[in-house]
Design a protein around this ligand. Sequence first.
Ligand SMILES: [Zn+2]
Length: 223
Amino acid sequence: MLETSFINIHTHHSIHIDGTLSILNCFPEQIKIGNNNERGISIGLHPWHVNKDNASSMIDLIKTVASEKNVLAIGEIGLDRTIDMPLDIQEKYFIEQIEIAENLNKPLIIHCVKYFSELLSIKKRVKGSTPWLIHGFRKNRKIASMLLEQNCYLSFGEALLFDKNNQNLFIEMPLDKIFLETDDSENTISEVYNKAAHIKGLQLEVLKAKLFDNYKTVFNANK
Ligand SMILES: [Zn+2]
């Protein structure tokens, strides 16, 4: 991996693109035991899936495979106010997975919808040490500041291409606390990087080098 690589911190598309280091998100049902894949992945039980009867066995499965070398992060996991699932149940599985990440010293990739103060109160309560990356960040300045104050990283995605509010917020974001991603978008990570560099008024190569440093800080330091 080079500092000239694009880093796609969160994608659901398994296609490999030269010059890109991407972290492929896998839900537990997509995990193959004995996965010796070189491909960097994240694994986690998404809040949308915790209503399944087998949530506990999914957590056990995650525990079993999470220590594998190519599992770079635990995620996407988190809290979502827009689903029909009580907060306490969402929190239970979220916290169990935070513990897995803490035990292995691997970062978390977080999905959070309208539960940011609940998210941060958990963060303060668990007093963990692994980095938290909030993926697909599209909220306002106030929420961004709250998260940054608690040492979270913010990952920006396709909204940067068209959402003026997201673009304006991105200008103010500290370069040492951000990542870029495509999630399930059809846009490429190169499009997101080019737009991000333009918004920040940076050369593409400078942005790549900065995000590469962030990647080293968050991931390599934990190896
Ligand atoms: Zn996703």
